[in-house]
Design a protein around this ligand. Sequence first.
Ligand SMILES: [Zn+2]
Length: 277
Amino acid sequence: MMSKLSVFFVGMAMLAIFACSKDNDLNFFTVSQDIAFGEQLDSAVLASPDEYPVLSRTAYPAVYTYLETMMNNILASEEIMYRDEFNWKITVINSDVVNAFAAPGGYLYIYTGLLKYLDNGAQVAGVMGHEIAHTDRRHSTEAMTKEYGFSVLLSIIMGNEATQLEQILSSLALNGTILAFSRKNENEADRYAVFYTADSELYNPLGVGGFFQKMLAEQNTAGTGIPEFLSTHPSDENRIENISATWNELKSNEPALNSVAWNDLVTQHVQIKSTLP
Ligand SMILES: [Zn+2]
């Protein structure tokens, strides 16, 4: 039986855990556990070149500079909660799969197939902002706790659950995400992607809806080639309307945002695409 003192300490530890979370959602992970779990997943991804062939940083520096600049511009948004705490890092997977995903703790993965699929930098920033939101709002650990249970995830962090980690990784490869997020978290990720891109004043926030619109159009022209991203990110008119509504509301409150232009987002993106293997 637990002594009164240990009950007290467990209680204090729980309080500390909840107090650690900057958002109001209940998440049993601490922020440093998010980071530790992300590190584990990232090294497992890097150790599985068959499933995750990483595009060489030294052979394709321009691609990485393009995406890292974009990531840093998005992370400059005042809406980001864990800019300094998380290990923000982007890895390009050299595969024609049309997908992107994020691990806890700031690890982002984008496929060359998605880069080739998208038309301009605003759409890329839209996807990236969406994935950054899943990580920064800590949706991944919240959802994984529901799916696998806290104790399994905790032992993975401790390095005691190699098999479970592998299982999570293959589901990640299969579904393009660690698991499907709730609709609530999907909407939140869309909304924050609009906030981040608006804050940057570089990437037109309509790009957030732009990539869903493109996917929706593709979905409607029946046939092959429906992007993997769609299986975990159902696109419908509703989703696109919500994104436009968030942007319209922002714009009407802050008139300066009306000048967010497309700049050279198309030219730059097309140029980067032409260098991809
Ligand atoms: Zn999502």
